[in-house]
Design a binder for this molecule. Sequence first.
Ligand SMILES: CC(C)(COP(=O)([O-])OP(=O)([O-])OC[C@H]1O[C@@H](n2cnc3c(N)ncnc32)[C@H](O)[C@@H]1OP(=O)([O-])[O-])[C@@H](O)C(=O)NCCC(=O)NCCSC(=O)C[C@@](C)(O)CC(=O)[O-]
Length: 316
Amino acid sequence: MIQRSFASASNKIKIVEVGPRDGLQNEKQVIPSEVKIELINKLSNVGLTAIEATSFVSPKWVPQMADARQVLTSITQKPNISYPVLAPNLKGLEAAIDAGAKEVAIFCAASETFNKKNTNCTLEESMERVKAIMDLAREKNVQIRGYISCVVGCPYEGPVSPKLVADISKRLLDMGCYEISLGDTIGVGTPGAIAKMLDEVLKVAPADKFAVHTHDTYGQALANILCSLDYGIRTFDSSIAGLGGCPYAPGAKGNVATEDVVYMLHGSGYDTGIDLKELIHIGDWISQKLGRPTGSRAGSALMLAARRQQQEKAKL
Ligand SMILES: CC(C)(COP(=O)([O-])OP(=O)([O-])OC[C@H]1O[C@@H](n2cnc3c(N)ncnc32)[C@H](O)[C@@H]1OP(=O)([O-])[O-])[C@@H](O)C(=O)NCCC(=O)NCCSC(=O)C[C@@](C)(O)CC(=O)[O-]
C-alpha cells in the first residue's frame, strides 16, 4: 500500500537531465564530441536547470566518456544552469576541477558486487574515496552530489535492503553530499518496492535531500516517479529520448525519457519550467544523430502530431 501523506509538498519540480552522460556513456558507436557539445548546448535552451555533462572516469572502463575535458570546456555554460560531471575518485575530481567543473557527482552502489564491477572496489573503499573527494571539494568550493545505484535491486545480488540504502544515504549526507540520487539502475523497481525503500530512506533525512533516478527496463519508471512524488520527492533524473543504460548493468534499458516525465508532470499540475515543445525537437534530433527511433513515447507521439500539423498547413 503506497503512503500518500506527503502529497501537499510544492508543485515545483527539478529535472536533472542526464542524457549527455548516463544516456550516452554506454553507446557502442563513437559519438563525436561535437555532437555531445551541441546536445548540451541545445538542452541549455529549454528551461532545464541541471544538465549532467560528462564523466571523468577511466577511459579504459568507459571509452565513450574519454572526451570529458573537451566536452566540459567547449560547451556554452549558462549562469542559471549547473553542469555536474561524474568522478569516481580523486584523480577524476582533480581533472574535473581543472576543466572548470563546479559540481561533481560521486557514485557507489547498495550492492558489493555491483560496486566492485562498476568501480573495482568495495563499498567501504568507495566511502574512503568519497571522503578524499569531499576534502578537496570543500577546499575548492565544489558541490558534491551522491549517487547510490541498485537502490531496489542489483543485477548480480537481487533485491536490496532498504535499510542499507538508508545507511549509505546517511553516510554520504554526513560526509557533505548536498543531495542523494537514488538510482533504480536496472529498472526493476515497482511503486511497492520504491515505497518500501523511501519509507526507510526518509527516516535519515527529509525528502528535499533526495532525488530519484529511474530506468524504464520494466516499464515502471513513470509509476515509480508518481510514487516518489507522493513521498515529497521533487527532483528527478531523466534522459532525453530515453537514452541510456549503465555499462555494468547488463540488459538495463535507458533512463526514463525526459519528454515522458515532463509530459506527465505538466499534465498533473506540476511545474518543471521546461518547454516541452522545444524538448521534443532535441529528442528527435539526437535520435536521428544516433540513427534510431526515440525511446520517448510522448516525444514520438508529439513529433508525429507536429509533423501532421505541418503537412496540413502545407496543403492549405
Ligand atoms: C574507478 C575506476 C577508475 C577504478 O579502476 P581501476 O582500474 O581500479 O583504477 P586504477 O586506479 O588502477 O587505474 C587504472 C587506470 O585508469 C586511470 N584512471 C583512474 N582513475 C581515472 C579517472 N578518474 N579518470 C581517468 N583515468 C583514470 C589510471 O591512471 C590508470 O591508467 P593507466 O596507468 O593504466 O594508464 C574505474 O573503475 C572507473 O573509472 N569506473 C567508472 C565506471 C563508470 O563510469 N560507470 C558508469 C557510471 S555509474 C552509473 O552509470 C550509475 C548511475 C550514476 O547513473 C546511477 C544509476 O543508474 O544507478
